[in-house]
Design a protein around this ligand. Sequence first.
Ligand code: KG4
Ligand code: ZN
Length: 361
Amino acid sequence: MRALGIESSCDETAAAVVEWPEGAMRPLLRANVVHGQLDVHVRYGGVVPELASRAHIRNIAPVVTEALHRAGMEPSAIDCVAVTAGPGLIGGLLTGMAVAKGMAMALEVPLIGVHHMEGHLMSPFLDPNPNQSDFPFVALLVSGGHTLLVHAQAFGQYRILGQTRDDAVGEAFDKGARLLGLGYPGGPAIAALAEGGNREAIRFPRGLTGRDQMDFSFSGVKTALRTFLGQHSDRRHDRSWQQDVAASYQEAIVEVLVTRSLAACRLTGEKRLMVAGGVGANRRLRELLSERAQSSGVQVYFPPLALCTDNGAMIALAGMHRLRLGHRDGWDLNVHARWPLEQINRIEKKEGAWGIHPPGF
Ligand code: KG4
Ligand code: ZN
């Protein structure tokens, strides 16, 4: 089976072809094309939805064409089209959905709407060199748009253990970087500045307290940084002081991610933890999590970055699984800017789903 996956829920226009040969143990990633929009948003210090929509409409057709070209396939070789149906920015979702419907209709193949987060949970299964390749596990999903701890019990069975009550963790890095006068995206900029700093120089707040706490809150640490910088404006140009501030700010955020993730493993009894999303690239997070996980007997797995940031391959694979389990969407499939992950817990063959031929067509 060969699936085309289309992802356009935030600021990446992405398409991929995933093939699962009959009888094979694992799927093959035949092409994975991701077109970012950093150039569009960089001067605004964050994703501007209107500009994102316009960039998706410009880029989607070339990206899909390129994915098929790299896979060495004609469109007619595709057996199903999977598309992110939410959650995300509505303009981007509508663009991906319209293209996916057009392709599925023209090729007369099934169309499957995929939850973006279920896509992220697929990244371990796309890794050609996995050290973690089966359910169940705990997933820490951390990016510019999401901060989520999920208990992935089986395909389609997900329990949200914790989520942010305000900013996403990537936003905390991006906003912090802006306060520090650094560029966008802020995560890599803070991480680079933090390299030479003392992470214990300033004790920034860790947000919500409690041993079993699994929710996140990052607005406090951001406000604390703003206040601190206001009180020490005379030191703004002191490089080593800036490094200490960046390292301390990063440490506050990373420590929260680590303690919550390990609490999630302890409370669920899971010994496997997967980290996906752009913030998963953070070196200090990888270091501290690996260190603490080892002493808790938890195995941590970081998929290759290209698989754990937004991409079409994860959507293709999730769609393929859903199709095999009997899921198939009709031409009335819609997009959802908000769509709680737990609402897709149960996979049922939809009564009345009319597949490729709508009633009275
Ligand atoms: O998953 P991603 O590439 O895109 C979406 O948000 O969909 O994540 C981007 C986020 C940005 O907020 C960026 O600042 C953050 O990930 N990020 C990092 C690092 N690299 C990217 N945060 C901390 N440390 C990093 N090394
Ligand atoms: Zn994402």
